[in-house]
Write a protein that binds this ligand. Structure first.
Ligand code: HEM
Length: 252
């Protein structure tokens, strides 16, 4: 809800800026009126809610799709485990410092975000003024919805887009940071995801630690192609059914 409050209501931003001048003014005198405090508490609550709403669902959804695709593609899982285990040799735990060299791990995450962007339609926008775009006239105040899911599978941008192949990112400069418009799982521009750096590191670290310490397999007699890939509905698109996997600690 917090997320929607903030993006749907422009008064949020007006309140935010007037609040900051309010605070500057009042903090100098170390006097906060009850009204200011109420607004301040409201802002803190809404921003905390925003961060939780926007940051938790998306992060675990990404990890769930990553594990799904790795279980469907055992060769990709093997390559990833080899990379992580080799680079982590002799260490009991992987830390952020180890992630820099894990190129295949980064490729797996990008490929999964291309294939399963957790927020496939990003967040709705509204045009502020009349715009001419590719010959179309878009009047001011038009709601604009960007389909990042379709963009990530566009055959004009991607070779064999329906194939899950992390290798496509190994010798490529394409990144998810909003500068390459063929891959925008975090959106782009000023409205893009503010949690992107944190989200990428959290996913990299979680994935690296999982495949470092554990082996994963599908339940007995189940093949990758039997996995139910149905997507749920909502703003964040998760698997419709929970992912079931057999997890065993790795002894190496
Ligand atoms: C893999 C994880 C994540 C993905 C894929 C993701 C994706 C997105 C997308 C697509 C948007 C809308 C951007 C747009 O429409 O251009 C967004 C907004 C947002 N994200 Fe993330 N996000 C992730 C993780 C996080 C994390 C960890 C945080 C916070 C710690 C966060 C905080 C936010 C906030 C506060 C907004 C709303 C910004 C606004 O209202 O303008 N996100 N995110």
């Amino acid at each position: 809800m917090g997320l929607f409050h903030s993006f749907a209501s422009s008064s949020f931003f007006i309140t935010a800026s007037s609040l900051s001048s309010f605070m500057r003014m009042n903090l100098n005198k170390v006097v906060l009126s009850i009204a200011t405090l109420q607004i301040l508490l409201f802002m803190i609550r809404e921003l905390t809610l925003d961060t939780f709403t926007a940051g938790t669902d998306t992060t675990y959804t990404t990890l769930e799709w990553i594990m799904t695709e790795l279980l469907r593609h055992p060769r990709a899982m093997e390559k990833l485990q080899n990379e992580v285990r080799q680079l982590a040799q002799g260490k009991s735990e992987i830390t952020e410092d180890d992630l820099g060299n894990m190129q295949y791990l980064k490729a797996v995450i990008k490929e999964t975000l291309r294939f399963h962007p957790p927020i496939p339609l990003l967040l709705p926008r509204e045009s502020m003024e009349d715009v001419k775009l590719l010959g179309y006239h878009i009047p001011a105040k038009t709601q604009v919805i960007i389909n990042a899911w379709t963009i990530g599978r566009d055959p004009l941008s991607w070779e064999n887009p329906e194939e899950y192949r992390p290798e496509r990112f190994l010798n490529s400069n394409i990144d998810v940071k909003g500068l390459n418009f063929e891959l925008i799982p975090f959106g782009a521009g000023r409205r893009g995801c503010p949690g992107i750096t944190f989200a990428i590191i959290v996913n990299e670290l979680a994935l690296a630690r999982l495949v470092h310490k554990f082996n994963f397999a599908l339940p007995e007699r189940m093949k990758g192609e039997d996995l139910d890939m149905t997507e749920g509905t909502g703003i964040t698109i998760r698997r419709q059914s929970p992912l079931l996997a057999v997890v065993t600690p790795c002894s190496t």
